[in-house]
Design a protein. Structure first.
Length: 116
């Protein structure tokens, strides 16, 4: 399984970005897809995850601003980030959990910078 993330960049406070994460070579159902982030000097934080069946969960710091969604047919997860704040600046990494093959699969991080 290979994960390809995209959509990071520079945005002003209050702006929006959408991250995408697509899994290729995934021959089994992807049970969970989600995003972590890590800012310089801070611990890695679980931002959001979504199940194949549509259940979602969010860190308190992003509730009401971020939305995770999935297109199961495309093995893709999206993270819509609205009302971005400077403290959202971090490298965002997506992951996929596939119970049939075990383990967690990771994509390369994408940098999100929120700055005026």
């Amino acid at each position: 399984v290979q994960l390809q993330a995209s959509g990071g960049g520079l945005v002003q406070p209050g702006g929006s970005l959408r991250l995408s994460c697509t899994a290729s070579r995934a021959n089994f159902r992807i049970d969970i897809m989600g995003w972590y982030r890590q800012a310089p000097g801070k611990q890695r934080e679980l931002v959001a995850w979504g199940t194949h069946g549509g259940r979602t969960n969010y860190a308190d710091s992003v509730k009401g601003r971020f939305t995770i969604s999935r297109d199961n047919a495309k093995n893709t997860a999206y993270l819509q980030m609205n009302n971005l704040k400077p403290e959202d600046t971090a490298v965002y990494s997506c992951y996929a959990d596939i119970a049939a093959v075990g383990g967690r699969h990771w994509g390369k991080g994408t940098l999100v910078t929120v700055s005026s």
